[in-house]
Design a protein around this ligand. Structure first.
Ligand code: HEM
Length: 187
């Protein structure tokens, strides 16, 4: 989350888009009461495609688990022909894989949430766990992936929209803009 907010600081356009998405979603509430503390609902969080994309993009560039390793249980052969003897350690560098041109394209070093969105309808598109390896792949895939998405969305959304920000100009402007937007939506 620290890397995520650090990235937002240097990409204000992304922050604006996240705020716009959240504000639109909140603005659609029929029972909106600006005096009640903001609590996102599960059905609202499912609509946070751009935020999901931005969080995934931050994790691609700054994975919480940058290097992972396994030990070969039985003699085996990789699909590319690499022979693995029992007891061999296999290390894969999640950080490096997230920045490989061959995997992510020429703009692999840029923070571009759009790469996670379907061009036709802007909905979030997940990647194969063998391409986006931040949560491991195969049978030992992270069990908490969905859980962490929900907690990240809550943390990010509440921070950007609700909390007054001492000295953080953009965030406090964002919160005001959102509040205006929500009031407009309420008619
Ligand atoms: C950004 C947040 C997270 C990241 C990047 C992450 C990443 C990972 C990775 C790479 C592994 C594979 C470790 C290995 O076996 O080599 C893993 C496993 C696991 N994670 Fe996460 N994780 C995150 C959050 C969570 C949360 C919030 C939970 C629980 C609520 C969770 C529960 C687990 C469990 C239970 C496993 C073991 C799965 C197994 O070995 O079968 N993770 N995670």
């Amino acid at each position: 989350m620290s890397w995520f907010f650090w990235l937002l600081d240097s990409h204000p356009a992304v922050e604006e888009k996240i705020l716009a998405e959240i504000c639109k979603i909140i603005g659609e509430r029929e029972d909106l009461d600006p005096k009640t503390p903001l609590v996102f609902r599960p059905e609202e969080m499912k609509k946070m495609d751009y935020l999901h994309a931005a969080l995934s993009e931050a994790l691609r560039l700054y994975p919480s688990v940058p290097v992972d390793h396994k030990e070969v249980a039985e003699d085996d052969i990789f699909p590319d022909g690499t022979v693995l003897k029992k007891g061999t350690k296999v290390i894969y560098a999640i950080y490096a894989m997230g920045r490989m041109e061959a995997v992510w394209g020429r703009d692999c070093r840029e923070f571009k949430p759009e790469r996670w969105l379907r061009i036709t309808d802007g909905r979030f598109m997940s990647e194969s766990a063998y391409k986006f390896t931040a949560f491991n792949g195969g049978p030992r895939l992270c069990l908490g992936e969905r859980f962490r998405l929900l907690s990240d969305e809550i943390c990010c959304g509440i921070n950007l929209v609700s909390l007054p920000c001492e000295g953080g100009e953009r965030s406090s402007r964002g919160a005001e803009a959102c509040s205006d937007n929500v009031h407009e939506s309420m008619g």
